[in-house]
Design a protein around this ligand. Structure first.
Ligand code: HEC
Length: 213
């Protein structure tokens, strides 16, 4: 035999009649192995893809159920949530750092702000809650009443005589509620809403005693 070029002579010698596969046969066999591998691998990939699809479906349904009854019919609760988050962020970014009151709406806002400030002031304690008329007079009432500013009865017995004649209760009432007279405007509680009735009364008593001579 002289065809020993395509087979290993030693192998042929050892196993008479049996030939090692020549390179072409070997190549075909390897291709068959690849095909099997590819088939199995494709099956695996397809299986994983199917499993992924199942997971997506389950997650989608869970999400939709989570937003059930919230009026969100889009089925995309997460998308809506993200949108809301974006909106809140944008709102925070463009929120005004200062407020300008303008027109009728502005006037309303201004009044509301003033009332809120007044309500806040009422919560506070004026002058440490003192019932010493002299302290409150010096700190607040004196600003007008020492000099007679704006028509306030000044710090003299002459100025106070006709006032005192009205009686203490009337003076206290006018000091608490405020009083618009011929001379000018006496602001309620001297303009400090945190003053209690007792504090105003004590101050009026102090003033009346001081200018009674
Ligand atoms: C912003 C200025 C101002 C301040 C502050 C002020 N008053 Fe007067 N007060 C007046 C004026 C003006 C009058 C006179 C009103 C009129 O009779 O026309 C007056 C009048 C009074 C009268 C007489 C009221 C009457 O019936 O005749 C009393 C009492 C009085 N003030 C008490 C006080 C007391 C108490 C305080 C402090 C808690 C105070 N005032 C703070 C401006 C002020």
């Amino acid at each position: 035999m002289t065809d020993g070029q395509s087979v290993k002579p030693a192998a042929r010698d050892r196993h008479a009649g049996l030939y090692w596969p020549d390179p072409l046969v070997l190549a075909v066999r390897m291709k068959n192995t690849d095909a099997t591998f590819l088939k199995n691998f494709s099956l695996l990939v397809a299986g994983l893809a199917a499993f992924t699809a199942v997971l997506i479906t389950v997650a989608w349904n869970a999400n939709a159920r989570f937003y059930e009854g919230t009026g969100d019919t889009s089925g995309g609760g997460i998308a809506q949530e993200r949108e809301a988050g974006r909106k809140a962020e944008a709102d925070a970014r463009i929120a005004p750092t200062a407020v300008v009151f303008h027109g009728d709406a502005g006037r309303q806002a201004l009044i509301a702000a003033a009332e809120a400030a007044k309500a806040a002031a009422v919560q506070q304690v004026a002058y440490g809650g003192t019932l010493d008329g002299a302290v409150i007079y010096d700190a607040l009432c004196g600003a007008c009443h020492k000099t007679g500013a704006g028509g306030a009865p000044a710090a003299t017995a002459e100025a106070w005589a006709p006032r005192i004649a009205q009686g203490l209760d009337t003076l206290v009432k006018h000091a608490i509620e405020g009083f618009q007279g011929q001379a000018g405007l006496m602001p309620a509680r001297g303009g400090n809403p945190a003053l209690t009735d007792e504090q105003v009364r004590a101050t009026v008593e102090y003033m009346v005693a001081k200018y009674s001579k």
